[in-house]
Design a protein. Sequence first.
Length: 275
Amino acid sequence: MVKGVGLGYRREMVSMNKEILSANIDYVEVAPENWMRMNSLYQKPLKELTENIPLSTHGLSLSLGSPDPLDIEFVKNVKSFLDAYNVESYSEHLSYCSSNGHVYDLMPIPFTYDAARYVAKRIQQVQDILERKIAIENVSYYLSPSNELNEIEFTQIVLEEAKCDLLLDVNNVYVNSINHNYDAKSFIQAMPSTAILCGHIAGHYDEDDDLKIDTHGSAVKPEVWSLLEYAYQCHGVFPTLLERDFNIPELSEMLGETGQISAIQNKFSKRPSSV
Ligand SMILES: [Fe+2]
């Protein structure tokens, strides 16, 4: 459906609709749960925007790794939202955020065979209800509850067993590579090209030389731009979205960064891809 460059869209940005439409943005992305029960004050601008630009969705609360049963009612509500806005693409985090109640944070799933198979089954269940293939995103994490597998092996097993796609978040790879002392390029290289549906890029906070925090609250760092270029080199160009969740700047500043995504993409031949 979509190639090129995307921009994360938040409620704070509804006044930017006109500017977004006149910019070189190929798609926008929202968290469906933040818009499903919104009054017309927000639904109207989203509808107006998405009549003119494709929408992809990136969920926050599906809690794929949770020990709690999957929230079927929630998944059905997501399906209604996707159908109403004619959305093909829905991605979620390879993490969990609930256990007897929501914690509103993305917790790491233990890297074990059992957990990989458990999550893969839940992804299949979601895909069946949505009648769509979904994409899972590699998340940033600050503690690894089990190291029976490494992150690469865990992610590969989930992708294979669930037959789902991957949303490759390049900033998360960078942040994890510093915090957990692994080689970011090796991680990128090990991801299966055919599973990569799209990507994310974002800014992070340098707490220390060996501690980076995935904040989405500042400009993308040079090391992450280089890694995005490396990812295209390995896998070909895939649609890539700029995430910015805090300290939202003027649109012109974000467009500078989406322009940089475009410039890097233009260095490589585009492969046929969709969001
Ligand atoms: Fe992301």
